[in-house]
Write a protein that binds this ligand. Structure first.
Ligand SMILES: NC(=O)c1ccc[n+]([C@@H]2O[C@H](COP(=O)([O-])OP(=O)(O)OC[C@H]3O[C@@H](n4cnc5c(N)ncnc54)[C@H](OP(=O)(O)O)[C@@H]3O)[C@@H](O)[C@H]2O)c1
Length: 265
């Protein structure tokens, strides 16, 4: 099993690396770990190699830089071969308000990382995956979106809109890839306990531990799910959110607590 994961230095990405290493150890596992913090990636790589004796390589990079991802993809393919699964998981979150001029920069950063970062992650792997597909191997692209992308959340315009964009982008990609024999899965998590949610000042319904979430994410990937909300309880919330007319949504959402503002760079 060969897997390339962005946002691997903490939270869901780190838990996914553990899940793949544990699930496939003994069968030959190679994992590419990408994120900006080289020290955290090195620590994770050391742990994975010590615990599971797998092949691992770190790629300290920023997903906003398409060239860095092209180089990382070429290196991963040269060392380990075409990945079975590429997971675009890197993401950032911050409260934003359009009326604040200083938040314009945050909108830009959130979109660049959460949306374009996904495009930059998949693009350099697709040609090699197509070629591998012609020999019968079915590769898989996975994007981590969010339930926050189902409807616009107040105080989180940048994050909600970036995840809505990710959901629509991944759907376009999924249909495009049908012709190339490449599967695409969109995962929309609810609340997962990670550094990203640790600062949320409100109660998080159905909060799930990252290792349990990663186990369920990989099950969904292996089942070739096209779109999945995890945990399942949030799947029902998401279905309801989609059905609510705008006038009712306004009443329900207007007093919702806002996301914490964080410094992004
Ligand atoms: N936790 C939740 O409840 C939840 C719910 C819905 C969706 N999600 C999504 O799940 C994904 C993972 O989030 P998480 O909860 O695990 O948060 P997290 O612990 O903060 O992890 C975010 C990861 O993204 C990486 N990252 C951020 N900006 C990057 C950049 N410019 N280039 C490369 N890597 C970058 C971070 O690493 P570096 O800082 O080292 O770069 C880190 O590894 C995100 O896309 C998030 O939106 C999370």
């Amino acid at each position: 099993m060969k897997v390339f994961i962005t946002g691997a230095s903490s939270g869901i990405g780190e838990a996914l690396a553990h899940e793949y290493a544990q699930r496939y150890r003994g069968e030959g596992v190679a994992i590419g770990l990408a994120a900006r913090r080289a020290d955290a990636l090195t620590a994770l790589k050391d742990t994975l190699q010590r615990q599971y004796a797998i092949d691992c390589k770190i790629y300290p990079l920023d997903v906003r830089h398409s060239n860095a991802l092209s180089l990382a993809a070429a290196d991963f393919i040269a060392q380990f071969g075409v990945p079975d699964v590429v997971i675009a998981n890197a993401g950032v979150s911050s409260g934003t308000l359009t009326e604040n001029m200083e938040d314009t920069a945050a909108f830009q950063i959130v979109f660049d990382i959460n949306v374009l970062g996904m495009v930059h992650t998949f693009q350099p792997f697709i040609q090699a995956m197509r070629e591998a597909g012609s020999t019968g191997r079915r590769a898989h692209l996975v994007g981590i979106a969010s339930v926050a992308g189902i409807r616009g959340l107040p105080g989180a315009g940048a994050y909600s809109a970036s995840k809505a964009a990710a959901i629509a982008y991944l759907e376009s990609l999924r249909v495009e890839m049908l012709h190339h024999g490449i599967a695409v899965t969109t995962i929309a998590p609810g609340y997962i306990r990670t550094p990203m949610t640790a600062i949320n000042p409100y109660r998080m319904p159905f909060l799930m531990e990252a290792n349990i979430a990663a186990h369920k994410f990989v099950n969904a990937i292996e089942a070739k799910r096209r779109f999945v909300v995890i945990p399942w309880q949030m799947g029902w919330v998401a279905r309801l959110m989609r059905l609510i007319p705008p006038v009712l949504w306004d009443c329900l959402a207007k007093n919702a607590p806002h996301k914490s503002r964080v410094h992004l760079d």
